[in-house]
Design a protein around this ligand. Structure first.
Ligand SMILES: [Zn+2]
Ligand SMILES: [Zn+2]
Length: 754
């Protein structure tokens, strides 16, 4: 072992094996469906499967939130297929129908093959997506009993053309919302409105389907399920499936240089640590999959591990490979095959490919950084040890505050989940377009508006005022010539992305989202693309194009941004002994005013150039906390230290919110100030980065004490002296991470939390 290596293992937790708990098949289940499961090797259901199936059969809306490989599909297929087969007419005419929704088209393929394997006699199941040819669509509408589709198709095709689907929808018995933890943030809010439109249309045809939601393990699944469907939902969370012993190791790379911003210490890269760990495991013949975020990371891990193995035994190097996007399907299948039969022992893969990999029964899984959610972590670790074998998972911390917190608090990943899937169906920016779409489907009526939430009436009035809806005696009508469904882009990215185009060749190097274009693609910015550097010559915001030229400047650039925040309304508040916690509406204005040139290497600032870019404003939801002047005095911090202390607390709290709400730290922003004009006190804001809000700030308000305690712990747990990327420095800071006061942040949070 390299000297000091043992200290990198911060914690090792071994979860004991769990035996399965079985139940009997319910008496109501159709014998032909039970026989189908038996044929595929399922002799009896697990207890949670029986519980969920019973609830659904009784017409109770249910969410099943259990681990990977816990047989969630049986929970809904047993009642759904029973319903289909027992309501068919004498000559096989269609009786009740089932609609299955997966977050993407690709994710419907596995459930469809599972149905084919089950081979329930006479079952007419099919997918309905953008690729389905017209003849198939027609057959699906008239004959299919079990239709697998996605929210996009429901929104754009099935609901607007509901007249043609009236028989299918009028007989709908069940709606299955699979992998429902994907429906979070703004996307989740859109899907919530699509499901309300579906319920309304079904009701118009006399159907009142039972909803089943399947989810990864999460906090309060019934709350997320209720927000998503608008219905009261019962949760089944006791996983009765068997599991082997699982070891989960927490690994923190050591500090190796002082080359960070403002001389901050930097940790050894996750890529280098993963390559070492992969090498050791391959030397012992342990079949290992290493997950890392980027393609280049996956290539680098595989390459470095091969180099290290070559030093020991050249033949071993052949046992390691990379698995990333861009390979042909045959190449990927060949790699999977080689790993299965033992020719390959180690594979480095990108996180994004997780769902596509057809490999299980590995011995160990390495994770290059927390994959964003606890559910994703256990899904990746679950690749090892299937079929009751022992498994090892190693989480290698990246240098951000969330990873720092997790490796020092593994109980967060092991105990009751704290992360919840959040969304905000009441977001007016989301609601408005769906009300238009709903009105185009069937006129909106006063007594039907409750379905769309408390803000629906005000929104309908505003749409009428704007001339989008027309009020008539029978309700509100959509009379515009456009397709109403086109108004809602349910996978919205907030405008068209800015393309980076090479001058002369016209080659498009890549795109950046419009919100970050000001900061990364402004005139004079150095843009990195696949290891090559380019200089931005011009940014045309109207055309969404930045022209770039190949260049090798001896500096990097970083934008300086001025952010201001104004409170528009306070919706909820709690008095705390040292201050006040609030949730409400805010208006955030950003303006990129200049950029700094920093010498490479070293990072010294060698120049600053002004920029003339317009201000952008965002109307959204924020959570904020204030400290009274007495409390600030109690912290013992001098006035000059307050801005840095508040700023550091803001950064770390943004880093930690994704632990409680399934969001990315790029989904949220923050502002901190020693005295804010609207509160007159020291104030730290964290806001949703999407117009109207996405539910993240609200979740922060609801979990504030745990969230801010975790924030304090993350800062305190970091071994650096004055702040670094693992605790208070942020890669998205518009103020160049200046000022930041790590110790001051701890003192402020201590006073706030009492
Ligand atoms: Zn640190
Ligand atoms: Zn900052």
């Amino acid at each position: 072992m390299t000297p000091g290596r043992a200290e990198r293992l911060v914690h090792l937790e071994v979860l004991p094996a769990r035996p399965a708990t079985y139940a009997d098949w319910p008496a109501w289940a159709a014998p032909v469906v039970v026989a189908a499961w038996r044929r595929t090797g399922v002799d009896r259901p697990w207890l949670h499967q029986r519980q969920a199936a019973d609830l659904l059969h009784a017409g109770t809306h249910t969410v099943v939130a259990t681990g990977t490989a816990s047989g969630k599909s049986l929970c809904y297929l047993l009642p759904a297929l029973t319903d289909i087969t027992t309501t068919r007419g004498g000559r096989g005419q269609r009786g009740r129908t089932v609609l299955y929704l997966s977050p993407t088209k690709a994710l419907a393929q596995d459930p469809l093959s599972r149905l084919h394997e089950l081979a329930v006699p006479g079952l007419r199941a099919t997918t309905h997506d953008g690729d389905s040819p017209p003849e198939q669509r027609e057959w699906t509408r008239d004959h299919a009993e079990y239709v697998l589709t996605n929210p996009d198709m429901l929104h754009r095709s099935l609901l607007p053309a509901h007249h043609r689907w009236s028989r299918f929808l009028g007989n709908l018995g069940y709606v299955v919302v699979d992998e429902c933890h994907h429906y979070r943030g703004v996307f989740g809010s859109h899907v919530a409105q699509v499901l309300r439109r579906l319920r309304r249309i079904c009701a118009a045809y006399g159907a009142n389907p039972t909803f089943l939601l399947a989810s990864a393990t999460m906090a309060e699944p019934e709350v997320a399920a209720r927000r998503l469907t608008g219905l009261d939902v019962v949760a089944v969370t006791d996983d009765a499936s068997p599991r082997g012993r699982v070891g989960l190791a927490m690994w923190e790379p050591p500090f190796v240089s002082m080359a960070g911003e403002h001389g901050a210490p930097l940790r050894r890269s996750v890529t280098a640590e993963l390559a070492d760990l992969l090498t050791d495991l391959v030397l012992e013949g342990t079949r290992t999959l290493a997950f890392i975020r980027s393609r280049r990371g996956a290539e680098a891990v595989a390459l470095n591990a091969r180099r290290l193995l070559e030093e020991t035994d050249p033949s071993l190097a052949e046992q390691v490979a990379a698995y990333r996007g861009g390979y042909l399907p045959e190449e990927r299948r060949a790699l999977e095959e080689a790993l299965r039969d033992g020719r390959l022992v180690g594979l480095a893969a990108t996180n994004a490919l997780e769902l596509g990999i057809d490999i299980s029964g590995l011995d160990a899984v390495l994770l290059g950084g927390f994959p964003g959610t606890r559910a994703a972590l256990w899904q990746q670790v679950g690749r090892a040890g299937r079929g009751g074998e022992d498994a090892l998972g190693v989480l290698v911390a990246r240098d951000d505050p969330l990873d720092t917190y997790l490796v020092h608090h593994p109980e967060t990943l092991l105990g009751q989940p704290v992360e919840a899937t959040v969304l905000d169906p009441d977001n007016p920016y989301v609601l408005g377009p769906h009300l238009c779409a709903a009105a185009a489907e069937l006129p909106l009526t006063t007594d039907g508006l409750w379905l769309f939430g408390p803000g629906a009436r005000a929104a309908v009035d505003a749409l009428t005022e704007a001339g989008l809806l027309r009020r008539r005696p029978r309700g509100w009508f959509w009379t515009d010539r456009r397709r109403a469904a086109d108004l809602a882009d349910i996978r919205s990215t907030g405008g068209s992305p800015v393309r980076l185009v090479e001058t002369g060749t016209g080659r498009v190097l890549g795109t950046v989202d419009p919100a970050s274009a000001h900061g990364t693609a402004h005139q004079g910015a150095v843009y990195l693309h696949q290891g090559e550097s380019y200089l931005v010559e011009s940014l045309d915001l109207e055309e969404s194009v930045a022209m770039v030229v190949r260049a090798d400047p001896d500096y990097s650039t970083s934008a300086r941004e001025v952010t201001e925040i104004r409170i528009t309304d306070e919706r909820r508040a709690e008095e705390w002994p040292a201050g006040r916690l609030s949730l409400g509406g805010v208006q955030v204005s950003h303006q990129v005013v200049s950029f700094l040139k920093r010498r490479i290497p070293g990072g010294d600032v060698i120049g600053e150039e002004p920029l003339d870019l317009p201000e952008r404003t965002l109307t959204t939801t924020a959570v904020w906390w204030t400290l009274t002047d007495e409390a600030v005095a109690r912290s013992g911090l001098a006035g000059a230290d307050l801005p840095g202390a508040a700023h550091a607390a803001e950064h770390a709290s943004i880093g930690l919110l994704p632990l409680f709400a399934t969001c990315d730290r790029w989904d949220i922003g923050g502002v901190s100030t020693a005295v804010h004009p609207d509160t007159g006190q020291l104030t730290v804001f964290v806001y949703d980065g999407h117009p109207g809000g996405a539910g993240f700030a609200e979740r922060g308000f609801e979990t504030a004490r745990s969230w801010l305690t975790a924030t304090r712990e993350a800062i305190a747990a970091c071994a650096c002296v004055d702040g670094c990327p693992s605790c208070v420095q942020s890669p998205k800071c518009g103020n160049q991470n200046n000022p930041l006061d790590k110790h001051g942040a701890i003192r402020l949070l201590d006073v706030l939390l009492g």
